[in-house]
Every structure is written in C-alpha cells, then in structure tokens.
Write a protein that binds this ligand. Structure first.
Ligand code: 6PG
Length: 467
C-alpha cells in the first residue's frame, strides 16, 4: 500500500497534524527516531491502513506514493538539515519536501537552493495554532515552490482551519515567504501577549480585579470587538485551579517568560529593513527583562513605588478595553508594515489581504479584527500601513484617548505598561507630519559635517556652525 502523505517528527505537533490528515480521508505515514512516538501514533491512529509509522527512513520513503509528499515538523535549526541529509539518499526528483517548523527564513532559502538542484520541490510552510490547531485545523502559511505546493494543496486545504468555510491556507509567495510570514505572525503574537499581560496587571493593581472578575472581563471582551484566541484563552487561564496548591494556577506561575527566538528574529529583521516595530521590540525586551528575576527582586527593595491610586472597576474596565483594542490595531499595523516592506526587499510579492485572510482562524493571532484588516487590504492592496486605511481611522480615533489615559495612569502609579506606551508613541510619531528629528540632522551636521536637506529647497546642505 502506498500512502498519500508522509510526516517526519512525531512530537505533539507532528502526531496531531498527521491524525488531522487521516481524519480528512488521506492515508498518512509517520517517521520518528523514537520508537515510543511511532507506537503511540499507530495506536492512536487505530487503522494501520490509514495511519502507519516507522523509525526507519527507508521504509518510510518506500511507503509513500509518488511524487512523495513529505512534511517535517521538527525543531528549527540544525536538526532540519540532519533530517534532510538523511532523506536525500532515499527520495528522488519530483518529490516534495515541506518544512513545517519555525525555520529562520534565510535557512529556508539556502535549503531550497540546495534541494532544487536535485529536482526536489522544497518549501517552508509556517503552521500556527499550537497542538490543538494541528489536530483540529491550523493556519498554514506556505511559500516557495509553487509546483510543490500545488501537489499538497488538496491535503492542506482539507486539514487547515476554516473561516466561514474558507480554508486558512494559501500560497503566499516564492522562496522563504512562508517562513517569513510565520516569523512576523509570531512577532505580532509576542506583541499581543505582552499587551494582554499589561492589561491584566493594571486591572489587578488599579482596580483590584480578582481572578473571577478577570475571567469575566476577558470573557465579555471576547464576545465583542476584542474577540480573539488570546483574549479567549486568557479568560480561561484565570479560572484554572492549582492542582498542586491552593487557589488559581496563574498566581503560582513564575514570572519569567521564555522564548524560542521568532519574536527576536522579527525585531532584528525589522531593524535590518528599517521598519519600526516598537510594540514587538518591547515585547521581546520584556521577556528578557522578566528573565532577570533575581536582579528585579533586589532592585524592588531599593526603590519605592508610588502608592497606586485605585480606579472604579467599571471605569477601568472600559478604559482598558479601549486601550487594548487600540494597541492591538497598532501592533498588527506594525507587523503588516514589515511584511509589506519585506515583500519588496526579498521579492516575495506578498498579498497582505491574503495573509490577513488566512490568519482569521486557526492561528494564535486569530481575531475578529483580522476580518476588518482583510477588507482594508482588499480595498487597497498597496496600503503601506493599516493606520492609513480610512476604514481604521474611526476605530483608532474612538479608542486612542483611553490609551493615553491608561498609559499616563501606569506611568504615574508605577505600573509598567511598555507595550501600551510604545504602541501609543508609535501612533503619535507615525501620525506627526513634523517630528523633532530636524534637530538630530542639525547635530549630525554640526559635529560630523553629515549634511542635511531643507524643507524649502532641494539639495544637500552643510553649514559651518558657529560655536
Ligand atoms: C504558533 C506559535 C508557535 C510558537 C510558540 C512558542 O503559531 O502556533 O507561534 O509556533 O512555537 O508560540 O513561541 P515562543 O516559545 O518563542 O514563545
């Protein structure tokens, strides 16, 4: 028997993805070095004619129908190269190899160049939605070989999440477009998570919200314009009892956030492109700051904090909802701005509306807002920044006052709200026709003869500044 689809890496994501493939009527074969994982999949799959697995690469490859469609779901980095090298002696011209992990985009370009010489269709496809998404329908972001994608398109469209019946997968562009889009997805994810955690903090400290109240507030928000996966799970997190102790689990979790690198890569690459994404940058910095727990504990002892001036819960809840909505918009705007610029720089030819469309369900940053974002870019595909879309002006105008009030409140009361503040500052700067950076140009010219341009006439100028 020849199977329709092969998957290497039977960790939680891989196992769930392959079971999803089988649920959708395709036969699938798994491969992992770990025998326990192989056996676990065979058992869970139930029928070996539908889902089978092996630890042997040669057996795995032989079991697949030609052209072979093989997806890797293994941790990013060297291991991807090792898996590819292990496969190469067994696969042949015309076979399709997909990297479904969070590989760095330049690694994908390098691998594609290497594999296309051998006639292998290789492409990166970001998969988002965590373990549950992989099982029930993730958002899939493929790029690279178009012919390769066409061969797996029916499988991907069947397994992907559906938004009003439309599959959350689409061919995004050549080369590493799929991994790049997934990287920025994760950057936005970092931004939204940081903002949510700040709002949690301010509700707790400024309004004395307990976990039940936080649960209800986020639950209510999830029924409104903030509807999103992250707001939904946040509401559920506050309800979770602690099995190892008293009270709610959230209160016992160490406040040091880990990271695997995709948010940092987004920030780093935005710097390379010259595109400002401060809401994402600060989210990365805050994870780094959170890791300095011991120093934070010492510093907390050295400095006094202002006494928090409490706010009425109803007033605070409304202000927080508006501020969160505002800063979510500004964060998406920055990530999408980066994508638009990267598209030109790397020749991805991205259609931002298509990206927003496949993010409407399945992925971690799915949100009601993405339907509006999709429409904005469908109306104007060349929109450089969401904030320039006429359909967003009223949404922003109606919420920015609360963002200002809350950011000021945080500053005054010693509650760190850096994601909110950065989003607000980005907004204020991006919407300023005149910034004070004329002074920086003057300083550069003063000390280094770096020259400057003028508002009132063309040309490059230098002044012998009088000292
Ligand atoms: C997704 C997620 C996922 C990512 C985790 C962990 O879209 O399903 O982005 O791909 O691995 O969110 O990321 P960090 O460990 O860096 O927080």
């Amino acid at each position: 028997q020849q199977y329709d689809f092969g998957l290497i890496g039977l960790g939680v994501m891989g196992r769930n993805f392959i079971l999803n493939v089988a649920d959708n009527g395709f036969t699938a074969y798994g491969n992992d070095l770990d025998e326990e994982k192989v056996n676990a999949l065979k058992e869970e799959g139930g029928d070996l004619n539908k889902v089978n697995a092996t630890t042997e690469v040669a057996t795995f490859v032989k079991a697949l129908a030609r052209p072979r469609k093989i997806m890797m779901l293994v941790p990013a980095g060297k291991i991807v190269d090792t898996v590819i090298e292990g496969l190469l002696p067994h696969i042949e011209k015309g076979d399709i190899l997909i990297d479904g992990g969070n590989s760095f985009f330049t690694d994908t370009d390098r691998r594609e160049a290497h594999l296309s010489e051998k006639g292998i269709h290789f492409f990166g496809a970001g998969v988002s939605g965590g373990a549950k998404g992989a099982r029930k329908g993730p958002s899939i972001m493929p790029g690279g070989s178009k012919a390769g994608y066409a061969a797996v398109q029916p499988i991907f469209e069947a397994v992907a999440a559906k938004y009003k019946g439309e599959p959350c997968v689409a061919y995004l562009g050549p080369k590493s477009a799929g991994n790049y889009v997934k990287m920025v997805h994760n950057g936005i994810e970092y931004g939204l998570m940081q903002l949510t955690s700040e709002i949690y903090d301010v509700l707790k400290k400024g309004g004395d919200f307990d976990n039940d109240e936080l649960h209800h507030t986020f639950q209510k928000w999830n029924e409104g314009r903030l509807a999103s996966f992250l707001v939904e799970i946040t509401s559920e997190i506050f309800e979770q009892e602690d099995e190892l102790g008293e009270g709610r689990l959230v209160d016992q979790i160490l406040d040091k956030a880990k990271q695997k690198g995709t948010g940092k890569w987004t920030s780093q690459n935005a710097m390379d492109l010259g595109i400002p994404v401060p809401s994402i940058d600060i989210a990365v910095s805050m994870r780094e700051l959170s890791a300095l727990k011991d120093e934070r504990v010492k510093a907390d002892d050295l400095y006094d904090r202002p006494e928090v001036e409490m706010i009425d819960q109803t007033v605070l809840e409304k202000m927080a909802e508006e501020a969160l909505y505002f800063s979510f918009i500004v964060t998406y705007a920055q990530g999408l701005h980066q994508l638009a610029d990267a598209s030109k720089e790397y020749g991805y030819n991205l259609d931002i509306a298509t990206i927003a469309k496949i993010w409407r369900a399945g992925c971690i940053i799915r949100a009601g807002l993405l339907a509006d974002i999709t429409k904005a870019f469908q109306t104007d595909a060349a929109l450089p920044n969401l904030l320039l879309s006429s359909s967003f002006v009223d949404k922003v105008k109606g919420t920015v006052a609360s963002a200002r009030e809350l950011a000021a409140y945080g500053a005054k009361n010693g509650i760190p709200l850096p994601g909110l503040s950065n989003s607000l500052t980005y907004f204020d700067a991006y919407t300023s026709s005149r910034l004070p950076l004329n002074l920086i140009q003057a300083q550069r010219d003063y000390f280094g003869s770096h020259t400057y341009e003028r508002l009132d006439r063309e040309g490059i100028f230098h002044t012998e500044w009088e000292s």
